[in-house]
Design a protein around this ligand. Structure first.
Ligand code: ADP
Length: 291
């Protein structure tokens, strides 16, 4: 049986240190380019999702892995500060995951991810506490996510998976999801470019949510499709917008909201997040969303 940590939500996913350097241009092969000072920011899809949910007041734990190093400490500290329960974060002998992010003056990012400890999160680490909803993303090994979904189903915990980055989930895992969450590019990879997005349900999930950038999101259920419009905002940084959306959606589902109501709150949260710099620092509190 799961431990009772009094949780609404368990997030299974990555924690990375984002190492951001501004550069005039990307280095070519064999070339050395000098850049700005390095900003070290807490990131990773799992940690971002957990922080987004915690800011809204959800009781959330991250099931993930960090190394025994300074980046691991930084990530644990930022999770705790946001109110995320870190008792399910494993310490690994591998280095904490890192994303090397080069930002050029045109605003384009080039990103190299070194998964490190995230790759070490194994099926044996999946020891789920009791919760209402489990939400996973794919910067950790696919077998770990599939096992977590299977255990969640056994325990009566509602499984949500954001298939990002793209991975080939088994038919059994897909069939359990309620919902599967993808952006437009990921949807195209799953069902083909230009295909009717309702086709996502043919892959087996009980429901699907497709995020549509500035246009908001589409909620697809067996009995119908609902367009959920985003508030119009001036976007300054869309880093981590998808994670904000997923964290807010899962937090609302854990509170008992229906999927369409949850998506309405999630687009508001994600819209606020894109008006501010960074991923985790840009995520709003419940008060800010209401106001
Ligand atoms: P990802 O970040 O995974 O690529 P999207 O670009 O679809 O996914 O963004 C996720 C969510 O963030 C959207 O559903 C929307 O709610 C919000 N969002 C993204 N870009 C904007 C924007 N320019 N204006 C308002 N909301 C946005």
């Amino acid at each position: 049986m799961g431990v009772d940590l009094g949780l609404d939500l368990i997030v299974v996913g990555s924690a990375n240190a984002d190492l951001v350097v501004a550069v005039e241009r990307r280095p070519g092969p064999g070339e050395t380019v000098l850049g700005s000072d390095t900003s070290v920011l807490p990131g990773g899809k799992g940690a971002n999702t957990a922080v987004a949910a915690a800011r809204l007041g959800a009781k959330v734990a991250l099931l993930g892995a960090v190394g025994n190093d300074g980046h691991g400490e930084l990530l644990l500290e930022s999770l705790r500060t946001a109110g995320v329960d870190t008792s399910l974060v494993r310490r690994s002998d591998r280095p904490t995951g890192a994303a090397y992010i080069f930002v050029t003056p045109d605003g384009e990012n080039s990103i190299l991810v070194s998964p490190g400890a995230n790759s070490a999160l194994s099926e044996q680490d999946v020891d789920l506490a009791d919760a209402r909803v489990l939400v996973a993303s794919l910067e950790v090994p696919l077998p770990t996510v599939e096992h977590a979904v299977a255990v969640a189903v056994q325990r009566g915990i509602r499984p949500v998976v954001n298939i990002s980055p793209m991975a080939e989930l088994s038919a059994g895992t897909l069939a359990a999801l309620d919902p599967v969450v993808v952006n437009e590019h990921e949807a195209a990879q799953l069902i083909g470019q230009g295909a009717d997005l309702r086709g996502l349900l043919d892959l087996g999930p009980r429901s699907a949510v497709v995020t549509l950038g500035a246009r908001g999101a589409l909620v697809i259920e067996a009995d119908g499709t609902h367009e959920v419009e985003s508030p119009k905002v001036d976007a300054v940084d869309t880093t981590g917008a998808g994670d904000a959306f997923t964290g807010a959606l899962a937090a609302q589902l854990a509170e008992g909201a229906d999927l369409v109501t949850a998506a309405h709150l999630a687009v508001k949260v994600a819209a606020i997040s894109v008006t501010r710099k960074g991923a985790q620092p840009s995520y709003p509190t419940a008060e800010e969303v209401r106001g």
